[in-house]
Structures are given as C-alpha cells and as structure tokens.
Ligand binder design. Structure first.
Ligand SMILES: CC(C)(COP(=O)(O)OP(=O)(O)OC[C@H]1O[C@@H](n2cnc3c(N)ncnc32)[C@H](O)[C@@H]1OP(=O)(O)O)[C@@H](O)C(=O)NCCC(=O)NCCS
Length: 198
C-alpha cells in the first residue's frame, strides 16, 4: 500500500495491525507525558509487550492509524467490542501526536471508528475519560449531551448510543485525507479533514 503521499498536506488512514508494530511503538514513544497520561492513565513509553498487543489489535480491536506524508504514524484509534449489560458495546480510545492535535484528526478517527463499529452491528460506545481531559469531554458533550456518565475512582465513563447519522459517517478506509489546520467548519461531531480520495 502507498503510505507516503507526495503532497505535504495529505495523509493516510488505514486499519492497523501487527505489521505496523514498529511505527506504533515509535509513535507512542514520541508522545508527551501529558498525552500518554490522558490516553493511558499512566506513562506508556516505551510501551510494554502487553500494551503493544492491544495497540496492534492482537486482542481483536479495530485499529485505525493515520500517517503523515512520510509514513510516520501521527494518530492511533481503537475500538474494542465488549459485552455491556448483555449487549456488545465498543470501547473507544484515541490519541493524536502532540503537534497534530486540534487539527481535526481525533474527530476523524472517532467518526470513522463509530461508522465501522456500527457496520459490525454495534449500537453504543464506552469511553473512559480522565475528569481533567477537557478536550475529550468537550467532544463527548457536544456529540452526546445526554449520554449517561458514571464517575469511577479513575475516570468518567460515558456510554453514548450511536446515532443514525453517526452510524453513517466516517472516512473510507484505507484512504487519503487532507491534513492541516484549514479544515472546513461543520456541525459538531461532523468536523473532520476533507476526504480527498478513498
Ligand atoms: C483528545 C484528542 C484525541 C482529540 O483529538 P484532536 O485531533 O486534538 O481533536 P480535534 O481537532 O478533532 O477536535 C477537538 C475538538 O475539541 C475542541 N476543543 C479543543 N480544546 C478544547 C477544550 N479545552 N475543551 C473543550 N473542547 C475543546 C475543539 O474546538 C474541537 O472541536 P470541534 O471539532 O467542534 O472543532 C487529542 O487531543 C489527544 O490525543 N489528546 C491526548 C490523548 C487523549 O486525551 N485521548 C482521549 C482519551 S479517550
């Protein structure tokens, strides 16, 4: 697969796996301590073999990766389907490289993971978010203002239902994406880099 688009503003999103282990490890090692903590609730670099198993999808999760034009991983998202009160719900976790945050990549990952979960028959999500994670809680509040929240000793656990329009959203994967700050404004929960090709 072509993973090095020639345009500096074009990146690639694709389903990650074991063959991406070295790139995922490098990505995790490049995260700031703050981003590691917000995503994993602990220092995660260098990642343990157990964490690498999870991040590479060896435990069955849907893994999405975004790379820059040089093929370096700049975002990782995963959705792990788990039984919750008799039904499968998808537990979602995201992390974007520090210098690429607030440019729409987290939103793109979330939308795409949700669309893919919906196509697997999943109707709801589980998000474990640290109470201090204003950015992630802001996204969740705008997308699912009424979703049930539970405060545990570690995190705010949010269990939103996937709405029909969210179920239909997301980037075709693998596909090229536009990178950069000049993303078009759109509805809450729909903001994402423009799709340039599938
Ligand atoms: C949380 C994270 C995944 C979001 O990805 P991102 O690419 O930075 O976010 P996006 O650019 O897609 O969107 C951020 C949104 O939050 C909003 N936002 C930014 N800072 C905010 C804040 N302090 N409070 C509330 N909302 C905020 C932005 O305006 C944007 O809203 P919009 O989509 O309506 O324009 C990313 O910042 C990250 O990796 N953080 C560290 C790890 C982490 O917290 N992971 C989540 C654990 S599940």
């Amino acid at each position: 697969m072509q993973r090095t688009p020639s345009d500096a503003n074009v990146g690639l999103i694709w389903p990650g796996g074991e063959h991406d282990a070295a790139s995922i490890r490098e990505f995790i090692c490049g995260l700031s301590p703050r981003s590691q903590y917000l995503r994993f609730f602990a220092a995660a670099a260098p990642p343990s073999s157990g964490l690498m198993r999870v991040l590479c999808g060896r435990t069955g999760a849907d893994i999405l990766l975004i790379a820059d034009r040089n093929g370096a991983v700049i975002a990782h998202g995963m959705a792990a389907d788990t039984p919750v009160t008799g039904e499968l719900a998808s537990n979602v976790g995201l992390v974007v490289a520090d210098r690429w945050q607030q440019q729409g990549l987290g939103t793109l990952l979330l939308r795409t993971l949700i669309g893919r979960a919906s196509r697997r028959g999943i109707g709801s999500l589980v998000l474990d978010v640290l109470p201090a994670n204003d950015r992630m809680l802001g996204i969740v509040s705008r997308w699912w203002p009424d979703a049930p929240r539970q405060l545990t000793p570690d995190a705010v656990v949010i269990r939103p239902a996937i709405t029909p329009w969210q179920a239909a959203g997301g980037q075709a994967v693998p596909g090229l994406i536009k990178l950069g700050r000049d993303r078009p404004a759109s509805q809450p929960g729909l903001a994402a880099p423009g799709r340039t090709a599938a």
